[in-house]
Design a binder for this molecule. Structure first.
Ligand code: NAD
Length: 332
């Protein structure tokens, strides 16, 4: 069963909460880029494993290095590991926590927009292999998620846009979020509602046997756009939704997509194949075929009937690929 407590707090409140752990051993895995946000005692703590390039270090080598490090630092069955960073850091830290001493508690402190609304929530943790992303993993929910949007002050525009791509997805999944985005509510309010929404879904369906699959909206094509066009995850998801709606001739849903994308100030030109001169259909299709969510020779597409009403359509992979190859949307 999934149970994670989410708390929203300002930086000073977060520090106050962390300060309570100053006397004991504060085990943590932290993205180096957020070091300056943290209190001095954490910056100089001997129990912290720092990551320079989290996505590159989200692998089994770092896993082994981290496990050896925490054991040498005296980690015990009732210890807690804190993870400060984006999704790459929280995925890695959660995976370490899931197996260290057969599973210990961990606390996520997401520092990117994408991690605040998606990656740090839901308990899917893991590492990448050379053969592909997230190929080894577990379901291990953080006991607590501490969301402090002050970390976003140092986040690059590119990473903010990546998180906004995922917010666009939530705009289709929930009427409340749709309305917040449409009226250009403060980002904090949209983050809060999106995190609450994902938590509710995961509480009902931790192991993705039912409604959790709707959270994959946009990901089938998005997972192929991301490496082909070397674009950030969330933007690729937004683009994945747009091209799926086009392929399936969902004109009215496309209009809603445009409305949401404009309200979120997404860069529309970056979400069009025609504006890339390096789009390679062969590469794109090879990523699509390797998507691990493929069930045998068919693919389960998440489609939208209306805001808050998604459904699944299972189509043959062969037909889907043929549809893409003959679609004028993928020609430029
Ligand atoms: N577990 C899940 O359910 C889930 C869901 C979606 C994505 N993911 C995973 O999450 C990862 C993507 O997450 P992400 O976009 O957060 O990537 P990330 O963790 O790589 O962070 C993106 C960049 O932002 C930097 N950064 C982090 N916080 C910062 C801050 N406050 N200020 C300045 N720079 C900062 C990082 O160093 C990195 O360069 C992928 O590995 C993906 O597989 C997991």
């Amino acid at each position: 069963m999934y149970k994670s407590k989410i708390t929203y707090l300002k930086k000073l409140e977060l520090f106050k909460e962390l300060d309570d752990h100053q006397e004991g051993k504060f085990f943590a895995i932290i993205d180096q880029k957020v070091k300056n946000h943290l209190p001095q005692w954490i910056q100089f703590s001997p129990h912290v494993l720092w990551l320079k390039n989290p996505e590159e270090e989200k692998n089994l080598d770092t896993y082994k290095r981290a496990v050896d490090f925490f054991i040498s630092q005296g980690v015990q069955r009732d210890s807690v590991i804190y993870a400060f960073g984006g999704g790459a850091t929280t995925d890695l830290a959660g995976f370490i926590a899931s197996t260290l001493m057969r599973g210990i508690d961990w606390v996520a402190v997401p520092t990117t927009l994408l991690a605040m609304v998606d990656a740090s929530l839901g308990g899917k943790v893991g590492v990448n292999l050379e053969a592909g992303k997230n190929l080894i993993g577990a379901f291990h929910a953080p006991s607590s998620v501490l969301v402090c949007t002050d970390f976003l002050n140092s986040l690059s525009e590119k990473e903010i846009l990546s998180g906004k791509g995922e917010l666009l997805k939530y705009g289709f999944l929930s009427r409340e979020i749709f309305e917040l985005i449409q009226k250009k509510a403060p980002l904090e309010d949209i983050i809060l509602e999106s995190a609450k929404f994902k938590t509710r879904v995961v509480e009902h369906d931790f192991k993705e046997k039912g409604e959790r699959i709707f959270l994959n909206l946009g990901h089938t094509l998005g997972h192929a756009f991301e490496p082909t066009l070397k674009m950030p995850h969330g933007l690729a998801v937004a683009m994945g939704m747009k091209y799926l709606f086009r392929l399936m001739n969902q004109t009215h849903i496309l209009e809603t997509w445009n409305l949401l994308a404009k309200s979120l100030a997404l860069p529309l030109e970056k979400l069009e194949i025609a504006n890339y001169d390096n789009f390679d259909m062969k590469t794109f299709l090879s990523y699509l075929e390797n998507d691990k969510k493929k069930v045998k020779s068919s693919i389960r597409l998440v489609l939208v009937k209306d805001i808050g009403a998604c459904y699944i359509e299972e189509v043959s992979m062969k037909d889907f690929i043929q549809k893409i190859q003959t679609s004028h949307e993928f020609r430029y």
